[in-house]
Ligand binder design. Structure first.
Ligand SMILES: Cc1ncc(COP(=O)(O)O)c(C=O)c1O
Length: 392
């Protein structure tokens, strides 16, 4: 391995959302945080070098999007995902959630139903509700320990009039990387009922060895015409603090409306550091990412083996992508309050309690395993030791 993912970087006292809020959020500053989807690894060296170079320049003026930046994005998606993007389809946004919210506001009407598949990343609920739309929830089905879409239920919601759907691909928190056939089936329903898909593909590059991400809009030109894809290099290369995401919209009319809205909100200029950092990540971060994915695969195996050996009462669902492990604790304790007490007060570790992802997430916790193995080991050890007192 060329890159050292075992390196523990001290992130406390850096205004870290993940590390410096444990007291306020969980009641104790010494809690080990494995919750929010933010990695504890250093970004690729090329990114750090690009940022240092920009910082050293000393004038921090308005910044333009370079043709190298666009080419870096286009080449990355062609190379990694076999998706031919055109620069004209792209628009920059601070966050993927910003894009989801704008798309709901722009392309659906107040009071309309927007479909989501639960359990899902909690801001999906917020962007629907806070835009004055109604949540049309289609729970995923667990089949032999693997989550699947419920096409019958999705069709029912579409038949009843839902014209917009938020897709999470790969899916946070359950770790599914949707297969081509599954997406194809969904796209047929969307075409039949004229449903616009807003596809959150922020985890597209975090696909474990042996799996493949299929961009929803790459399925066909027909489905691309009713798809808004929101994605980013931020999860992939650990840059979420840069706030650098983008949308890809091939439908010209939808794209024009999106661009107009960005202009209206004056969100159309680039943050100073982002052009160079993102260009460096996509052009020079590929080898780092491939090694990272192998390391993450090792963490998954380590965590699953550790839990099987030390706490067989809980059952981890093997992830195919993301860096999030979804664990069923229903044979250990009975309520969200009990698991929170066990994590935060007794074990001094913060995993995410699953009901924030919807009622179907109750009984599960989400563990962010994008950290050095020693940190993961310590967190699991703390949790399993405290959990022993609950074993009947
Ligand atoms: C599915 C999903 N979408 C969006 C985000 C956040 O994206 P952003 O910070 O670009 O708004 C996350 C972060 O955890 C996520 O898991």
């Amino acid at each position: 391995m060329k890159y050292n993912f075992d390196l523990v970087v001290n992130r406390r006292n850096t205004n870290s959302y993940k590390w410096d809020q444990t007291k306020q959020l969980f009641g104790d500053a010494d809690i080990l945080p494995l919750w929010v989807a933010d990695m504890d690894f250093e970004s690729p060296p090329a990114v750090k070098e690009a940022l240092i170079k920009r910082a050293m320049q000393g004038t921090y003026g308005y910044t333009i999007r370079s043709s190298e930046y666009e080419a870096a994005i286009v080449n990355w998606f062609a190379r990694r995902h076999g998706w031919s993007l055109e620069p004209a389809w792209l628009a920059d946004v601070p966050g993927v959630v910003t894009a989801l919210s704008l798309a709901i506001d722009l392309y659906s009407a107040p009071g309309e139903q927007v479909i989501l598949q639960s359990p899902v990343y909690n801001p999906f609920y917020d962007v629907i509700r806070l835009n004055g739309r109604k949540i049309a929830e289609s729970p995923l089905i667990i089949n032999n320990g693997r989550y699947e879409m419920d096409y019958g239920h999705l069709e029912q919601l579409m038949k009843q009039g839902a014209k917009t759907m938020l897709l999470c691909s790969p899916h946070n928190p359950v770790g599914r990387v949707w297969e081509r056939e599954e997406l194809q089936k969904l796209s047929e329903l969307c075409l039949k009922y004229n449903v616009l898909i807003i596809s959150d593909e922020i985890h597209c590059d975090l696909v474990l060895p042996g799996y493949k991400h299929i961009p929803f809009a790459s399925l066909s030109e027909e489905i691309a015409a009713q798809t808004v894809t929101a994605t980013a290099p931020t999860k992939t290369f650990n840059l979420p603090g840069l706030q650098s995401s983008f949308v890809a919209i091939s439908n010209r009319e939808l794209k024009r409306r999106f661009d107009d809205r960005l202009k209206m909100l004056s969100l159309h200029s680039m943050p100073y550091f982002n052009v160079d950092a993102v260009t460096a990540a996509y052009n020079d971060g590929e080898e780092w990412l491939d090694e990272l994915l192998v390391y993450l695969q090792g963490n998954v195996q380590f965590a699953i083996d550790y839990l099987e050996r030390h706490l067989p009462q809980v059952k981890a669902i093997r992830p195919e992508g993301t860096y999030l492990l979804w664990v069923d604790y229903r044979n250990l304790v009975g309520s969200a309050e009990e698991i929170k007490d066990l994590m935060f007060k007794q074990a001094k570790v913060a995993f995410t309690e699953g009901s924030i992802y919807g009622e179907t997430g109750l009984g599960y916790i989400r563990i962010n395993y994008a950290c050095p193995r020693s940190v993961l080991h310590e967190a699991l050890e703390r949790f399993c030791r405290a959990a022993q007192t609950k074993v009947r």
